[in-house]
Ligand binder design. Structure first.
Ligand code: ADE
Ligand code: ZN
Length: 369
């Protein structure tokens, strides 16, 4: 069955260059100008992106370019048919396409080109800091060594800082559908590169693979002095979020939507000031929410959760970080204060020094006047 969630979301550009929802959302002049003002503000404000899988930035055009360069055969005749395959009903359907897409990434320059294209793209969105996941095991299994993966990504990140002023962190994410032993083996392989990593994460198929399965390997990462984050509560229950806190000692939660099912957990996340890296368009495309006007982001903020806005896998889910802000503004009663809070949360949850956070906040305050 073709993807059922969010397939009706279409965007078109208005004369002013702003994007208005095709549903013809009933807005009076005042409402429209308020939305326009919010869209402009969301575009202009400096922000950090904390939840981004670099393999999820593989646009169909780039996939065909790399396939040609590397002599890889794709199972789709052209860009349009590949894009048409991006219709998912759940996380697993997406992951099947996502892991197949990785087959075009073979050389250091492929990882460089992918990362550089992402940085150039989000520079237009006024993203000033990024924290990027890479799925090392998905590449190791195809015979691509870590020096190729990390070398290409890191070289682009360095150019991103030098040429675009974007600072960055790199997070090796363990695949939770594989064993903890596999994660330990990967950590051993990563030993010569630990100075090029900033943290460890946990992603891939959530159901049936609770955080507790990886308690020992994350304890080792913590012992090595690394920060930890884990996907939890995307499709999985609130208990997986609790496990990530209790058993993995995470510094952040990726997604965390199902935390809202447990009031005590919400209270705990709020008290502990844990950042949630929320991904609205991803949630829509993977049917975590049925429609954008049902997205819980604003209710997360109201309940005091430190929610942030991120794109997850922008090439697959229909947009980069500002497209996510735009979708929220068009479908939910987002306020100016919400936008400020979201940008502030993105810097607050970033793994950067207090001095860097203060500088970003200063720049944010200048935009908000
Ligand atoms: N890998 C890439 N995107 C993911 C997501 N949204 N959830 C789990 N694993 C992922
Ligand atoms: Zn993710």
């Amino acid at each position: 069955m073709p993807g059922t969630c969010g397939s009706d979301v279409k965007w078109y550009a208005s004369l002013s260059g702003l994007v208005i929802h095709s549903s013809g959302l009933a807005l009076d002049d005042e409402g429209l100008s308020l939305k326009e003002e919010l869209l402009r503000l969301a575009q202009r404000m400096p922000k950090a992106e904390l939840h981004l899988h670099i393999e999820g930035t593989l646009e169909p055009e780039m996939a065909f370019k790399l396939a040609k360069r590397n002599g890889v055969r794709l199972h789709y005749p052209d860009v349009d048919s590949l894009r048409a395959a991006y219709a998912f009903n759940n996380l697993q359907e997406f992951l099947d396409v996502y892991y197949t897409g990785m087959s075009v990434l073979l050389k250091e320059e492929d990882f460089y080109d992918l990362t550089w294209a992402y940085l150039q793209r989000v520079h237009q969105d006024n993203v000033v800091h990024v924290e990027i996941f890479f799925d090392s095991q998905g590449h190791l299994e195809r015979g691509i060594p870590l020096n190729v993966q990390i070398g290409g990504i890191r070289r682009a990140l360095k150019d991103g800082k030098r040429q675009l002023g974007i600072s960055s962190k790199l997070i090796l994410s363990f695949l939770r559908h594989l064993s903890e032993e596999h994660a330990f083996e990967t950590l051993d392989l990563a030993e010569p590169f630990l100075d090029q990593l900033d943290g460890f994460g946990l992603d891939s198929s959530e159901m049936g693979h609770p955080p507790g399965k990886f308690a020992r390997v994350f304890a080792r990462c913590k012992d090595l002095g690394f920060r930890i984050t884990a996907h939890a509560g995307e499709e999985g229950p609130a208990d997986y979020v609790s496990q990530a806190l209790d058993l993995l000692q995470v510094d952040r939660i990726d997604h965390g939507n199902h935390s809202l099912d447990d009031a005590a957990l919400v209270q705990r996340l709020t008290t502990e000031g844990k950042t949630l890296t929320v991904c609205p368009l991803s949630n829509l495309k993977l049917c975590v929410v049925k429609a954008m006007d049902q997205h819980p982001l604003l209710s997360m903020l109201k309940r005091g959760l430190k929610a942030t806005v991120n794109s997850d896998d922008p090439a697959y889910f229909g947009g980069y970080v500002n497209d996510n802000y735009r979708a929220l503004i068009e479908h939910l009663p987002v306020t100016r204060e919400d936008l400020y809070q979201l940008a502030q949360n993105s810097f607050d949850g970033a793994w950067v020094s207090e001095e860097e956070k203060a500088k970003h906040l200063h720049d944010l305050n200048r935009v908000f006047g």
